[in-house]
Write a protein that binds this ligand. Structure first.
Ligand SMILES: NC(=O)c1ccc[n+]([C@@H]2O[C@H](COP(=O)([O-])OP(=O)(O)OC[C@H]3O[C@@H](n4cnc5c(N)ncnc54)[C@H](O)[C@@H]3O)[C@@H](O)[C@H]2O)c1
Length: 197
């Protein structure tokens, strides 16, 4: 319990001081605005995606998401606050990882969670000793505990503690993102705490 409280208190302080490094995995309609807003607030943000074209555009400062003005993106790149990469190894330096990969609906409105699984496996191999993982992708209840947690446990050999949250759907457009998303707490009460030792 003391370790948990210590970790959380230190983490909160590091957030206040904008010291934590954040990664957003999946740089689409949800991930890119989120990443750029954090970077604009002064956090160092690593954007991770598998799409090479997108990565190339991003690192040139060109936005492909209408909600993210190119000048905002170019601004945070210039300040050294945002970088995009396809290299999951870079997650070793990151304390907070936000998963924003797609979950398209399959037959009978079941979400396809294969992108989440693939992303979590890559994260697990590279996660830092103590880290916060937040699932932003829309999925069915239980995904964090039943899917993500076992995958992290299986893959994260060196990890001492992982804190996992789910962040329920809050916004779609930039306007909603700015007016509502940033006003209310982002993380749901549901916390799955898993000490891996
Ligand atoms: N939490 C919220 O507030 C909120 C709000 C709206 C939507 N959503 C959900 O967010 C998720 C993302 O939606 P979107 O519209 O941004 O999707 P999108 O298709 O626009 O973008 C997804 C990105 O993820 C990348 N990607 C796919 N697999 C990857 C992997 N294994 N590793 C790294 N990158 C990978 C893709 O290349 C793409 O760039 C969906 O599940 C959506 O329902 C959440």
């Amino acid at each position: 319990m003391a370790i948990k409280t210590n970790f959380i208190n230190k983490f909160k302080q590091r957030i206040k001081n904008k010291q934590i490094r954040i990664a957003v995995v999946g740089l689409g309609y949800v991930g890119l605005p989120l990443a750029v807003e954090f970077a604009k607030k002064g956090f160092s943000v690593l954007g991770v995606d598998l799409d090479k074209d997108r990565l190339e555009k991003l690192n040139k400062g060109c936005s492909y998401i209408s909600d993210v003005p190119t000048k905002d993106l170019a601004g945070v790149i210039k300040k050294g606050k945002f970088k995009a990469s396809g290299d999951f190894l870079k997650l070793r330096e990151i304390e907070a990882i936000l998963i924003c990969v797609p979950t398209p609906l399959k037959r009978k409105y079941h979400p396809d969670i294969s992108f989440i699984k693939q992303a979590v496996k890559s994260i697990a191999k590279n996660i830092k000793t103590q880290a916060l993982v937040v699932l932003e992708s829309t999925t069915y209840p239980g995904t964090t505990e039943e899917i993500i947690l076992p995958l992290l446990e299986e893959g994260a050999i060196n990890t001492v503690r992982i804190f996992i949250f789910v962040s329920p759907l809050r916004g779609l457009t930039r306007e909603i993102f700015i007016t509502r998303y940033l006003k209310y707490p982002r993380l749901s009460e549901e916390l799955v705490l898993k000490p891996l030792y």
